[in-house]
Structure formats: structure tokens, C-alpha cells
Design a protein around this ligand. Sequence first.
Ligand code: GLN
Length: 536
Amino acid sequence: MNTKYIFLTGGVVSSVGKGVTAAAIGRLLKERGFEVSIQKLDPYINVDPGTMSPYQHGEVYVLDDGAETDLDLGHYERFVDISLNKVCNVTTGQVYAEVISNERRGDYLGGTIQVIPHITNEIKRRIRMVAKTTGAEIVLVEVGGTVGDIEGLPFLEALRQMRGDLGKKNTFYIHVTWMPRIGATGELKTKPTQHSVRELRSIGITPDMIIARSDYPVDGELRDKIALFCDVDRRAVVTMVTAELLYEIPLLLEETRIAGYLLERLKLKPRQKPAWDFWEQLVDTMREEKPRVKIALVGKYVELHDAYMSVREATRHAALSLGVDDEILWIHSSDLEKGRGVELLREADGIIVPGGFGERGIEGKIQAARYARENKIPYLGLCLGMQVMVIEFARHVLNTDEVNSTEFDPATLHPVIDLMPDQRDLADMGGTMRLGLYPCQIQPGSQAAEAYQCDSINERHRHRFEFKNAYRSVLREAGMQFSGLSPDDRLVEIAEMDDHPFMLGTQFHPEFLSRPTRPHPLFVGFVKAVKESVQR
Ligand code: GLN
């Protein structure tokens, strides 16, 4: 079968849920028996988001192969339940870096290198790589930003060319727009959608489908109007009101019957009937009144919840599977240092300290770990959260505050967390951490073993620092167990406390492998302990 391509562009404004829409459409197609993959094209010039501040970009999502990617890839993996690879996130930076290095090697034999065809060809090559590397039959390609952005033009030109290369039955263009509501009359406006479609047309792309998003219900007349003014089949105009629940979106899209339309236009026949029972049940459970547990998330980017997208979702997956509602108490770690937010911490039934970099707010996180240890509050530490838990316990055991990670105090007396040896002489910051999937052996009899129910696991990593083995025996004797180790025993991957309902930290990021259909065992273990502590 030829690979089929569905391209998603955005119009009017960004942040209207294009990524989630792409992910949900991916699910609709998977439910009909197709192998689906999803790619994100990001027009910014960074090679990847790995070096960007979470304030700019939200979370950096890590794949099995160690690619540091846009958080939309997290939506894709969670909704479709697939594992993506590094070709699934392309940036302008990557495309130019490749073309320029080809040019330096002399590959272009004296030619003048131009946006068309050299840059566009490289973009198309990367789009085609998705099917080659994942075996997908249908590839969804989402372009970041909105039509009209200067930096998006080469990507849109590449998409335009792909219809010429592959024909109408192998390509399909979806334009996702936004309908604002004018306060005075309460009317929803289609004009921005019309303008945006016109802009897309001027680039040579005629959308085959319009998904018009809004915060308010839409009547049929507006759909007719969009269809007429934008010259799109009425069946292919979909209006999507902002959903109350994220995981309801595939169900809402199913009701619009777009999957049938898409397949018809791509000349495909569904291979099976979709089975939505699981998703319906998930949404029903989300709607039910459930006992509530409060989980403090102590981080330094808490103003921007997107910076902790996967942690938030993984916690929710676990809570749903255990029939509880998880309310997140967002606590700024710097606030704790100033004595603020302490009441919130006291209110919490469980504490998560997620990943992070740099010194700011570290002492606040250490305070949160101490509070969890002393008061036997369930604690889950993710990467930095594990390092903080170790620093805190070592300060207690060694009875000195001169314990730290060399990331925060290079001259500390007790560097319990230290730079990994292979990280020492690196000059480049981008893409040089210990990244991606690595195996880990679980020690029998531990809380980790109890949660995982197996002795060998693979998890995704993103770090430069590690536990210093010189401190293993002193901390072990004092009550910290190293329950997950690299197969050569050299690297501590999981640390946990004896005599505590649940206090466990991982050097890896379990949140990236949690799916609504398969909540992550460690998150389940943590939320279970939280639930039990509330019931007690
Ligand atoms: N800054 C720490 C390190 O590099 C933790 C990284 C993280 O939390 N992802 O090891």
C-alpha cells in the first residue's frame, strides 16, 4: 500500500489544540485497523527543544531513542499508544544543519543552495522517513504555528509539493482554525477562518477539511457558511467545542464522522469496527464523583502547567485506574524557601518532585523531600526529584548541610550526586545528556519490585548527573535502598526508603511511558500509597 499522508495546519491563532486533534485523529484511524504514525514539524531554528527554557516551550518530551521533542509527541504517544522515533519531530534547525553540512561536503556539486528545492526536498525526505522507520501506513503531519508565519513557509511549500508528488488519493489537508466570540452580540465569527483559508490558498494549498474550534457551541448554519465561503465539502467542515475532558476528544471526533470521510477520500476501507469501550469507560470514570486525593507538585516552573504535562497525565492515569480524583497542588519550590506554600504542602496527601535543572529552587525541593520523609507522606521523585531525595537523606545521615549535587555546589564537601564521567569533557549542551531508553534491574523484595512485578525494565532518561557510589553503603545502612541498578550495577536508577509507606525516586522519567490504557506501575504504586494514607 502507498503511504497516505494527512497534513494538519493551523490558522487564526496557535494553542487551539491542534496537537491533541492530530493525536485523536490518529486514534480514530488506529481504531479502524491502520498502522498510524504522527510527525510534528516545528518551524523554529533550534535543533530541538532540549536547550529551550520550559517557560518558552513547556515540557521536553523524550522518546525511546533519546530524541528530545515537542510535548505534542507526548499527546501522540498517549492517544495512539505508539512509540515514535527521532524523525517524528523535525525543526528548521535540523533541516538547515543537514543541508549546510551536505553543502560543505560538496554534495551539491557547485550548485546554488536555495530554499526551493534544497530545503523543501530535505523537509520532504524527512516526512517520508516516518513511514520508512515506523512502518506506518498513514502518517499524520502537524505543522507547528499558524499559517502566515514567515518561518513556516518552507514547510507549507513542502506539503504543497507532496500533493503533486503523490496525488490526491494519497494526501489530505486539514486546516484547524479558531472561531472567536464577540462579547456584545454573543456571536461566533467565521471571518478569521475565511482569511486564514485564503492565506493558505495563496500558498497553493486548498484545505480538504476544516476543523473550526471554539469555546461555545456552534449551530449548523455556521458550518454551512464555512463550507460555502471556504469552498470545502459540508461533510468536511467540523466544529469542535472545547472539550471538558482531554480524553473525551477522540469520542467527540468519532461522532463527527470525519474518520469515514478521511478514509473515503484516501481510498481506504476500514478494516475493523472501532472499539471505544475503554475510552468511554475512562471518560465515565473521569466524570464520576470519586474520593479526592491531593498531590503536591513541587517544581520551579509551576506557573506553566505545560512544563509538567507528562507528569500531570501519568498521575491522572494512575488515579483513574485506582478510582480516585487527583487534585494537583502546584507549589513553587522557591516559595518554600521563603516560608510560603508550606500550608499547601501540609495539605498534601502525597508529594511529587519532578525533573529540573539548575540551582534555583533546589533548597525548596529538599525541604519538600524532608517533609515527606519525616511525616511519612508518600513521595515520588522523578530524576532531579530522586537526586533531591538522596541529598536530603544524606544531610540527615551525615548530620551536615554540606551535602549537595555538584550541579548546585561544585565545591561541596559531600557530592552525593555528581556529574557522570562521560559528561565531563563535553563542550556542547544540545543533545549530549544521557538520553533515552536504558535497562534497569529491579532488586527483589523492594517497593519497586512490588510495583513493577518484574525484575528487568527499560525506561527513558534525560540527565547528566548520577548518584555517587562511594555513598551507597553509608546510606544503605541508614535505611535507603538502591532498588534499581543498571545491569552492570554501576548506576543507581532507583532509590527508596525503608520504613516509609512509599518514598521512591527514579533517575529516569517514568512519566513518559504512562498511557491512559496502561498507567505506569510506579505512578500506580505511588497513588495507591496516597490513597491508603488518606483512608487510614
Ligand atoms: N539536572 C539533573 C541532571 O542533569 C536532573 C535532570 C532531570 O531532572 N531531568 O542529572
